[in-house]
Design a protein around this ligand. Structure first.
Ligand code: SF4
Length: 344
């Protein structure tokens, strides 16, 4: 648990842990529910918890802090209302979160680690490696702070920002349970998507632990040769092993799996690539999300053009595979994950 000056981040505590704290303080158990409710509203100080006796507020203040991150920078898209923020935690580490508006509601993309050690060659988040994983309370803090900043409800969460969620699985699991708690933020598991670059053993575990949470797998290639070029994780888990784990996941959970596919000019966007991918995914409970690459300064990759993406899409569709091209949100700001942090 993150500790600052001997204090713990209270946002990492679930309701049972808060009840235990109340017991140790000699307070009634119902206070735990009240405090948990205040925290889920994004309350920034114990002082603001109006129905909590002042003696208890002072006691909490001695032992805990409310770990909402500081807002360091904010960029707002003039075209679609996307808001990208750079947060700083108590130890000075920085991560990014993005708020997006969709027809089905407001969504936030949060980070799960400071930096990333997965080394995908097209990604800005991994440039300085992994600094540390975020705690469950820090991830919750990203959501609550964004609601405070925007004044808007957030009803969808994707864990697709900086970091590999399955490389920080215990804390990500704790966060999912916290945000889902009916006495807290009460967000349905079905409104959450977790993305992985393909840590095969954790995919299986995730299917057992969270069968209602959506899973997105960053595939980005139709075969090992191309995947190994851009994603070092592919040297550990082959394309075939990854697809098998995904297939097992869909069979076990009955849930559709999403494959994320960044379209990189001249790397993975040919008709041959599309045909090879179509042959491998045909007949699956799946959905492919084609993403025009968010170009990163200092990296030698360009996004595929619209015509290439359209061709790729129609080849997959000819095999009855559900495909969408992701709307490029916030293209007038540093939208690619890791860019705002690197440029600050
Ligand atoms: S794409 Fe995801 S897994 Fe790969 S380096 Fe970037 S943050 Fe890490």
């Amino acid at each position: 648990m993150t500790t600052v000056n001997g204090k713990h981040n209270i946002l990492s505590l679930n309701i049972d842990m808060l009840k235990q704290v109340m017991l140790e303080y000699g307070e009634a158990a119902f206070r735990a529910k009240q405090i948990f409710g205040w925290l889920a509203k994004g309350t920034e100080s114990f002082e603001a918890m109006g129905n909590i006796p002042s003696k208890l507020r002072s006691r909490l203040n001695e032992d805990y802090y409310i770990g909402l991150p500081e807002l360091v920078r904010m960029q707002e898209s003039k075209t679609d209302g996307t808001i990208k923020v750079l947060y700083e935690f108590e130890d000075g580490r920085r991560v990014e979160s993005v708020f997006m508006k969709y027809s089905y509601g407001n969504s936030i993309c949060i980070s799960s680690q400071v930096g990333c050690r997965m080394g995908c060659t097209f990604c800005a988040s991994t440039i300085n490696g992994l600094e540390r994983g975020l705690s469950r309370g820090e991830m919750l803090g990203e959501v609550l702070k964004m609601r405070n900043i925007t004044g808007e409800n957030i009803n969808h969460i994707v864990i697709m920002g900086m970091g590999e969620p399955f490389d920080n699985y215990e804390e990500v699991s704790g966060f999912l349970r916290l945000i889902n708690d009916k006495d807290g933020y009460n967000l349905s598991m079905r409104n959450i998507t977790v993305s992985t670059c393909g840590l095969v053993p954790v995919i299986e575990q995730f299917g057992e632990d969270f069968p209602q949470v959506n899973l997105a797998v960053s595939l980005h290639a139709p075969n090992d040769d191309i995947r190994c070029e851009t994603m070092p994780v592919a040297r550990k888990y082959s394309h075939a092993e990854l697809l098998k784990a995904c297939r097992d996941y869909t069979e076990k959970t009955g849930r559709r799996i999403s494959f994320e596919y960044s379209m990189i000019n001249g790397v993975n966007d040919s008709d041959e690539c599309a045909k090879e991918l179509a042959a491998k995914l045909k007949g699956w409970l799946t959905h492919v999300n084609l993403i025009p690459l968010n170009e990163v300064k200092g990296k030698d990759y360009n996004a595929s053009d619209k015509r290439r993406i359209a061709n790729f899409k129609s080849i997959l569709e000819a095999s009855n595979i559900a495909v969408t091209v992701r709307r490029t949100l916030g293209s007038d700001i540093d939208a690619a994950c890791g860019q705002l942090r690197n440029n600050s």
